[in-house]
Design a protein around this ligand. Sequence first.
Ligand code: KG4
Ligand code: ZN
Length: 368
Amino acid sequence: MTAPILGIETTCDETSAAVLDERGTILSLVIHSQDVHRVYGGVVPELAARDHLRRIEPVVAAALREAGVERRELRAIAAAAAPGLIGALLVGVTWSRTAAFALGVPWVPVHHMEGHLFGPLLEDPAAVPPFVGLLVSGGHTMLLWVPEWGRYHLLGQTRDDAAGEAFDKVGKLLGLPYPGGPAIEAAARGGDPARYAFPRPMMRGKGGPAAPGAFDFSFSGLKTAVAQTVARLAEAGAVVEERPHLAASFQAAVLDVLAGRTVAAVEAVGCDRVLLGGGVSANRALRSRIRAEIGPDGRLFTGSPRVSLDNGAMIARAGQFRIEAGTFGGLGEAAASAPIPGMLPWKPEMRDSTLGDGPGSAARPSFN
Ligand code: KG4
Ligand code: ZN
């Protein structure tokens, strides 16, 4: 067995562990999705932390067993250290630091969103910079220009709700189970996306790519518009009947905004390679919409749901890169919020001048 690394993810409501070999191949990936939150319609932080505590040992044991790797064969342990629910993070961080100390191997703190950037690479060796990265999860919505691993120019982010949060809140309004994203996608298949004209916030990108906030997102107004429509329909007892149309119309509005911003970013940076990461990237309508928008010459990198939703494999893979890079970018203790290591501003004059060595520049992890 060659230099296996263990990756641990406990930022929110998934307890996950994965073992990768030194080439970044997944030897095992175990994901326990907590269901204790379902009755509350959202994640209860204290319950999440307690469930991580109960599950971390058996989840890691299962990952090692599936990989056929003994604990003492591990060469490094990576864990998501930020951002997330602090009680949940503390379980993964404390457990993994203790295990790394006991085994005498490096402990590697990883930023959860950098992990999402590495998700598609687990399945597709071509999913390397340069690319425009759209990260859409339950807690974040970010558009990044990534000329090379470790350099993340922030084009825009959400000013209020994250895309996944909007799916979850609207799912709740429509009486769908938590999490709302997959439930809305399923409900939307039978609906008319044009039935309700929900707002497309900030679609006009006031003032072109140079304007401050040109690539930012906002989803709270859209959520309020859905809430008002649902309240009106509820008086007539028509919510259940209209649900597919509400879901389809809401999803169409989110997709218009996400795809519109992504295509504007592609044009602004002059690179038509796009990577989608985070839980919302599991949405098939989003994938096909962006694929259609960037055209046949553009490349779209996405992973299957197991590497797109929260998982330990992306943490292990980003950890391999961090070992190679020789810096954890200031990450250490568990932190509820922290910038992605290597996060930089973006300016329109950077177009074509920020490229690294191109697609071959992906760092190869190595262990001595
Ligand atoms: O990345 P992730 O697993 O966890 C966070 O880091 O937050 O993303 C979870 C989010 C949830 O908000 C969930 O509703 C959303 O991803 N999601 C989806 C889909 N599957 C998961 N949203 C839209 N369509 C989906 N198919
Ligand atoms: Zn995530």
